[in-house]
Design a binder for this molecule. Sequence first.
Ligand code: BG6
Length: 479
Amino acid sequence: MAHTIVIFGASGDLTSRKLIPALYSLFKKGKLDQVLRIVGVSRSPFEHAAYRDSLRESTEKFTKDLFDAESWEQFSNQIFYHAGDIKEAEDFEKLAGFLTEIEEGEPVGRIYYLSTMPQLYLDAIQQLGAAGLADDSDGFRRVIIEKPFGTDLGSAQFLNEQIHKVFREDQIYRIDHYLGKETVQNMFALRFANSIFEPIWNRNYVDHVQITVAEEVVIGRRAGYYDGSGILRDMFQNHILQLMMITAMEPPARYDSSLVRDEKVKVLHSVRKMIGGDFATNTVRGQYKGYLNEEGVPANSQTETYAALKLYCDNWRWKGVPFYLRSGKGMSCRTTQIVIQFREVPHILFGQKTRAPMGNRLVIQVQPAEGIQLHFESKVPESEMKTRTSTLDFDFNASSTGGMPDAYQRLLLDALLGDASLFARSDEVELAWGIIDPIIAAWSSPAAPELHQYQTGQWGPTESNQWMADQHREWFDVC
Ligand code: BG6
């Protein structure tokens, strides 16, 4: 059965930088078994040929060595453009007619990709329903929804309720592009395809977990979105909690979308709710110096561009083990890493001063370095019994043929294949908001913890380091 992907928001950045390059890469690698038609929908008028041409340059740029003119010709022949306004019911009827025409009346599987402004998601869904475009009696109908999915628990619940009036949950694919990253998926392999890590992956051996998503970039021209969002909504509710779920979840019985997501959801259920003084003691908030001068940012903005949280999972495996989560814009470097810090040995035989206090640490580098390091103590040669920290280093990239695929390749392919394991389910999204909302509320209240300023190009506010030191721990800051 042929497939059609209808992209709403066809003239947007995501379409040209990510979606079309990802689909072209899949085509070029021979991963698309069926005919794939792509229909871009936006308001501005475009001829098919002009639309194809407008995508060529960005596709070439973002697929680099993979690109060649001949295969682009073949691939882009199946790209169409249809002008339409998401607010206009009539335009959806025309779209339905256009789809039937290009699909030549054959049964096809269709994906509707919502890559518009989030304020339009609901209109698009309702119009699809009203125009009969969600009817899957002669081929699947799926909808992919970009983040942000709501701006708080209430809005996410409302969105879910309304979408469920048109699409069943198994037709809905909520994107979190972090789940499409190869190194994130490798966490499943590391944890569940090895017998050596799982026995020590718990409170008996793990002192704490650190999850860092640091970005060197500042907000640039995104103030319109960012200032109303802040880092908790932008990075924690989705990407960082996803990384935490995959780190903390129990093994599912099978690698199956329902079972995987059931286990992830259990992690969110176990996260201890912060109350009272917890918001001050278990969180750090910061704003980079210069944020208030960014174009479009109000002079008195209290929006945070850095956050560090200490969360606990109150369950059998993790009780008492802190999960330190942090993310910031304007940091020293771009790095995403998960650090499993193991406990100290029960009894120290050798000279304490010469050894790292907690030498056993597993570092999972998600990006831009992609690999795993295991730190352990070894003897300093030609010393008495002095030890030093040594590292076993695995480079994920070096073991793959060709470069790492972009996250969207995997996610688009999975959506075509009907595998929702790497997409967020409705309960997952709502539970995540349920964790983040109270922190946002506490940070917006008169009793909010101080918003610490930090210099760009550093590891966030110095108070965050002090906060760790007060807990006899330290951030693992490695670029
Ligand atoms: C997006 C956020 O979801 O993720 C951005 O809105 C952030 O603010 C981006 O920069 C980070 O993604 P990546 O893949 O570059 O780590």
